[in-house]
Design a protein around this ligand. Sequence first.
Ligand code: SAM
Ligand code: SF4
Length: 331
Amino acid sequence: MPTEGPLVDRHGRVHDDLRLSVTDRCNLRCIYCMPTEGMTFLPRAEVLTFEEIVRVAGVARELGVRSVRLTGGEPLVRRGISTLVERVAALGFDDVALTTNGILLAPIAEALAAAGLRRVNVSCDSLRPERFAAIRRRGELDVVLDAMAAAEAAGLAPLKVNVVLLRGRNDDEILDFAAFARDTGRVVRFIEYMPLDADGAWNRDQLVPGREVVERIDEVWPLEAVRAPGDPAPADRYRFVDEKGEIGVISTVTEPFCGTCNRLRLTADGGIHNCLFSDAAHPVRDLLRSGGSDEDVAMLLRRAVWAKLPGHGINEPGFLRPRHSMSMIGG
Ligand code: SAM
Ligand code: SF4
């Protein structure tokens, strides 16, 4: 394992994108992420403090990490989130972004932008109020649509909208979302349903392949692929041929992009994970709390990245679902 230079895995891939899950708590209970009842959350003492998060992010920055995204759980339920954004942004990342369900976004969009946030992804799985509420189990569509407008007014643009498609539940809205992207200039990203729900209810029949989404939209509004050379972004990007905007598909299950994945993740309780689907956490919290040095943290990050497997293995026999749900590891 190299002890200098950027963070590389054993396959030679540089990892320069850090996802910080700042809480495992959430004000919603989406059907593909959390159970209605019975979710247990981390005791407060086990959650990394702002100081600890900033310290790990700072070491990662020194090791060449260029972009950072705050996520969760719902990052906006963490008290003082703007302060955390400010402290992380001060570390000098090229990009500081946040993924949110949007419920609490509108009132603090300006403060987040002023703190150094550059971009925001807002999750929204239906443009029909009743269906939105049924999928997310709580929350109102209008609040989230208003939040998108508030974020744009604060300069957090272009805004991305994350849509998880479930067969028979909201896949009849693919064209509605494409029209929404065309009308608003927001980049709608269709995410395949992954085996990261807390109920363990995932099955392949419910997932809507990204390729199908592209074909259905392309029949109505022709699309062309956009890809910057060497771009490791997981979303396959497509622009409308008539230049009325862009969509993306994240086909994690049907067309895995593990070979170009450049991400590492820090969970709210200080586990460093080299893959969304990896249960193996490289624990940094005890190291931080027992006087570990920045060099120790750097070595842990290096070891975590180096240990990365070639792929997530979802499509291979013997794949074991991770013990964690998406809300615990951060999207
Ligand atoms: N609470 C924030 C939100 O909902 O945007 C941030 C965290 S959430 C875990 C991040 C993203 O993961 C969201 O866009 C959400 O829809 C997506 N997600 C959650 N569970 C998923 C699953 N089982 N498969 C695919 N995407 C999922
Ligand atoms: Fe909360 Fe986001 Fe999970 Fe929905 S997807 S339950 S909003 S963490």
